[in-house]
Design a protein around this ligand. Structure first.
Ligand code: CUA
Length: 346
């Protein structure tokens, strides 16, 4: 009888083993897929800056520690469920409470706190000279490069360029609502609070294109305010900044020349500045070197002719709550001409 039951149970056990192996394989596959999400231009776990590297190491140590403690606790629970209470069960329980409930957590948390505070120690130290003032607007980023020895800052928008290996101080503000400035690959995030000036020193460690975001709900287009980040070799950065400090390029084609004329007629210059022309507005982004940027409308559109036309005619639809009105009433060839002019602003 017993033998027969054992034989009858064997296929069930084999099937259960197969299922276990399959679910184990599935978990491994899911884990690998999840790990591939850890890299890329916007990942805090694929650091390209000193601050992000510290945060990543803190994360991995905490993850490893949490896994270890979890295994320990589950092991204890299994042991407790299986063992029979002995004569000195009460004494063992008290010791477990003392060590597991008080001594170990206090030691682990105190160690983590000490290490975490040590990681932050020089994050607020001064930079190497270059300051970049970034202001969170509704819903875009005003970016001004302030170089030592130069009076006027170089105005840009929706893009932050950084020299590799240098400590750059970011001066973070906002005129109206609270945003959070975050370049996950490079450093931790810092709030931009009206009436306050917050500082963040970043030190990029490798060149490349990265992505920054607003990490705090700030209004209807919160999810539509990103920015591109480019880390360059210091010499290339200096050259780029020198070029940015210059005025705008003259219109290179007849169509662009018409566009330049229309730009001022329609009133674009009331909100936008194009250095070297009569356009001196400061409500919207500085467009002096617009064509040089990777994206349009704060990281949400590619920087090409088609997107320029779409943005000019449908700004309020593309970015709800945007202060840029939609100029859908303009004749198509006028919009095309303005786009041609903007496209030439390298
Ligand atoms: Cu700005 Cu969210």
């Amino acid at each position: 009888m017993l033998k027969a039951r054992a034989v009858a149970e064997t296929p069930k056990r084999i099937m259960a083993g197969g299922r276990r192996r399959r679910s184990g394989f599935g978990a491994l596959l899911l884990g690998l897929i999840a790990l591939t999400a850890c890299s890329g231009p916007q990942s805090a776990l694929d650091p390209a800056g000193d601050g992000a590297a510290r945060i990543a190491s803190l994360f991995w140590v905490m993850l490893g520690g949490a896994a270890l403690i979890w295994i320990l606790v589950i092991g204890l629970a299994v042991y407790a469920a299986r063992s029979r209470p002995g004569r000195d069960a009460e004494r063992t329980a008290s010791a477990l409470l003392l060590w597991g409930g008080l001594v170990v957590p206090t030691a682990v948390l105190a160690g983590l706190l000490t290490w975490g505070l040590a990681l932050m120690a020089d994050l607020r130290a001064r930079g190497d000279g270059l300051e970049i003032a970034v202001s969170g607007e509704q819903w875009w980023w005003r970016v001004d490069y302030r170089m030592p020895g130069r009076d006027a800052p170089v105005a840009s928008a929706n893009e932050v360029r950084l020299p590799r290996g240098q400590r750059v101080e970011l001066v973070l503000t906002s005129p109206d609502v609270i945003h959070a400035f975050w370049i996950p690959s490079i450093a931790g995030k810092v709030d931009m609070i009206p009436g306050r000036v917050n500082r963040l020193v970043v030190e990029p460690t490798r060149t490349g294109a990265f992505r920054g975001v607003c990490a705090e709900f700030c209004g209807e287009s919160h999810a539509l305010m990103a920015f591109s980040v480019e880390v360059m070799e210091p010499a290339a950065f200096e050259e780029w900044l020198g070029q940015q400090a210059e005025g705008a390029a003259a219109a290179a084609t007849p169509e662009a020349a018409v566009g330049e004329e229309l730009f001022s007629q329609v009133g674009c210059g009331a909100c936008h500045a194009i250095r070297g022309t009569a356009a001196e507005g400061s409500i919207g982004p500085d467009l002096t070197h617009l064509a040089d940027r990777a994206t349009l409308a704060a990281g949400i559109l590619p920087n090409d002719r088609e997107a320029l036309v779409r943005w000019i005619t449908q700004a309020e639809t593309i970015k709800p709550g945007s202060r840029m009105p939609s100029f859908g009433m303009l004749p198509e060839d006028h919009v095309e001409a303005i786009a041609a002019y903007l496209e030439g602003l390298e």
